[in-house]
Design a protein around this ligand. Structure first.
Ligand SMILES: Nc1ncnc2c1ncn2[C@@H]1O[C@H](COP(=O)(O)OP(=O)(O)OP(=O)(O)O)[C@@H](O)[C@H]1O
Length: 366
């Protein structure tokens, strides 16, 4: 089941005019503050009635201005996960979860609650109240409550934004399980590239109320013309898998076209898929293969596109054996090296900078 959204809405000075289809899996709405992410989520949720357009979830039409269709929020069967978990403070974790199930259709299976408790690892928390939980634990309970309402779609509006880095890494794997183990499509708002790189099956990049690009995380994040958060935050995604482990503690990865990368040990079996987010600022370029250099990854590439920024920087899109990479260099280097489209160059990456964006078991295609 997929979600189709085509709406326009005007708020005084802000005009939203967007259309996209979110396939099964996790679709990230990605863009800087004020680009229209929450307005879209509110329209899908039924909290905002757009000026015009149509929103449909599978064959259920939620809104159609031409046919005067408007389903109120409680009829849409959606699950919400907000930035703050919004649990009921006077209820225990178990009661909060059961509250979610109250909205589920009568035919839902009684063992559903056990499955959700197991999936989210919240069994030890069931008798506590939200006040006695960490931020990450509260968010896991909120995910459980949303799931138990048997939603047809989950809306997650920056669910990790209020958490520190440690709590974020605690919660991310649960969103991965949600994406991979439930068949419920998820519309997920974020402006954190690392989160997008890790979770997205598809990405809708927004800029000033418009869709600037829509596609897989690999395509959208690897496109130098799509930098909704500025070139400083750019970084491409490569889908790889573990090839073998070396005796000196390094792990060798293989990506499309036979591309090989070395990173510090990843304790996973050969064959495990690994998605890597390589930040553009971690990639250096050389016009000849550098020798006597400590960086372990020297990748022959071809320049596919050059994008000069307004400041001193430039983004270079590279094709490495069919994989897209981005390098952030200065315009001074572009002219000193004479870089141009189609040129053969070498991308230089330290093993540790590849490793910091390595994500075990990247999203399965939807
Ligand atoms: N109720 C409202 N009345 C008037 N303008 C609004 C209203 N809600 C949102 N806007 C405006 O619409 C634009 C888009 O807002 P929206 O909240 O959708 O952006 P966002 O991408 O979710 O931002 P953020 O990442 O900061 O949450 C902004 O310019 C905002 O000021």
């Amino acid at each position: 089941m997929s979600l189709q959204v085509a709406i326009s809405h005007c708020f005084g000075g802000f005009q939203l005019d967007i259309a996209f289809e979110a396939p099964p899996g996790l679709t990230v709405l990605f863009g800087r503050s004020g680009s229209g992410k929450t307005t879209i989520v509110n329209a899908v949720a039924g909290l905002l009635r757009p000026d015009a357009g149509r929103i449909a979830l599978g064959d259920q039409v939620l809104f159609d201005s031409a046919r005067r269709v408007w389903q109120p929020p409680h009829r849409r069967r959606l699950g919400y996960i907000f930035q703050d978990a919004r649990l009921f403070p006077h209820l225990t974790v178990r009661q909060n979860l059961l509250y979610g199930r109250w909205f589920a259709p009568r035919d839902s299976r009684p063992d559903e609650i056990d499955r959700v408790i197991e999936m989210l690892g919240i069994a030890p928390l069931l008798s506590r109240r939200p006040g006695a939980l960490s931020g990450g634990e509260r968010q896991r309970v909120a995910i459980g409550r949303a799931l138990l309402a048997k939603p047809r779609l989950i809306l997650a509006d920056e669910p990790l934004a209020a958490l520190d880095e440690a709590r974020k890494s605690e919660i991310l794997p649960y969103f991965e399980r949600l994406r991979d183990e439930t068949r419920v499509p998820i519309l997920y708002v974020s402006h954190a590239p690392a989160e997008v790189a890790r979770l997205a099956t598809s990405v809708v990049a927004l800029q000033d109320g418009r869709v600037s690009r829509h596609g897989s995380a690999t395509d959208v994040l690897g496109d130098p013309s799509v930098t909704p958060l500025g070139a400083g935050a750019a970084g491409a995604v490569i889908e790889a898998s573990i090839l073998r482990h070396h005796e000196d503690g390094l792990t060798e990865l293989e990506a499309a076209g036979g591309l090989r990368l070395l990173i510090p040990s990843v304790p996973r079996a050969p064959g495990t898929p690994l998605r890597i987010h390589i930040e553009a600022q971690d990639v250096m370029l050389a016009t000849q293969r550098p020798e006597q250099i400590s960086a372990l990854n020297v990748l022959p590439c071809r320049i596919r596109a050059l994008r000069m920024g307004n400041g001193p920087g430039a983004l270079v899109q590279l094709d490495a054996c069919g994989n897209l990479l981005l390098a952030r260099v200065t315009q001074r280097s572009v002219s000193a090296l004479g870089l141009q489209d189609g040129q053969e160059v070498f991308a230089v990456l330290k093993a540790v900078s590849v490793a910091k964006g390595a994500i075990a078991g990247g999203p399965q295609p939807g």
